[in-house]
Design a protein around this ligand. Structure first.
Ligand SMILES: Cc1cc2nc3c(=O)[nH]c(=O)nc-3n(C[C@H](O)[C@H](O)[C@H](O)COP(=O)(O)O)c2cc1C
Length: 186
């Protein structure tokens, strides 16, 4: 698929099933991700690949941390949280390892990780896979960061759910770009 076609027609995956991108395809997606613009070449991005039992472990962790944040959580809420990572055969956690000593502001390091996540997402779409970018409270939970080997100052920018769309996704909605763009000075 042409780059501009992928960029202008990308939509999120919804129900994602096997097959996930294979090793070669995943390598391409990670290569695309690591071409994200990156102020100061700090290379702040980190990618944590989870599949199979690791997805179940993440689900357990998400349920445990949910309960810690909300001790009143019902079993149904905890089950829902536990099941979240099982909604795709592959998750790539995209994080920014923020260098707090650097003169490059943390926001720019986090933005670079966001750009890496977007490169991965558009790349997956161009290869014919579905990808959904998820965060939720789990992305900001210090215990989740620790369990994934990240520091409290690091930022999880997304849990990238990857797989094959069970049904073809709806086409992208049209956007009137004039609503968002203006010349300056007017
Ligand atoms: C930083 C970020 C976090 C997101 N987190 C969630 C999330 O936790 N749950 C969710 O349903 N959608 C989340 N989304 C939105 C979806 O990934 C998706 O972009 C949105 O539903 C619009 O669909 P589209 O990408 O097909 O236009 C997030 C998007 C971004 C950029």
């Amino acid at each position: 698929m042409e780059a501009i076609e992928a960029l202008t027609s990308r939509v999120s995956g919804s129900k994602l099933v096997e097959p996930a991108p294979n090793e070669l395809e995943l390598h391409s997606l990670l290569s695309a991700a690591t071409r994200a613009p990156d102020h100061g070449r700090l290379r702040p991005w980190r990618f944590i690949v989870l599949r199979g039992d690791a997805l179940r472990r993440l689900g357990d962790l998400m349920a445990d941390t949910y309960r810690r944040r909300d001790p009143e959580a019902t079993p149904a809420q905890l089950d829902k949280e536990r099941g979240k990572p099982l909604r795709a055969p592959l998750i790539v956690v995209v994080a920014a390892k923020v260098n707090v000593q650097s003169h490059i502001p943390a926001i720019e390091q986090i933005l670079s990780a966001g750009a890496a996540a977007e490169n991965m997402m558009v790349g997956a779409f161009a290869l014919g896979y579905g990808c959904a970018w998820k965060t939720g409270d789990a992305a900001y939970d210090p215990d989740i960061k620790t369990a994934l080997g990240l520091a409290p100052t690091d930022a999880i920018v997304g849990f990238m759910y990857l797989g094959t769309n069970a049904t073809p996704p709806e086409p992208a909605p049209t956007v009137d770009i004039d609503e968002f763009v203006r010349e300056w000075p007017a």
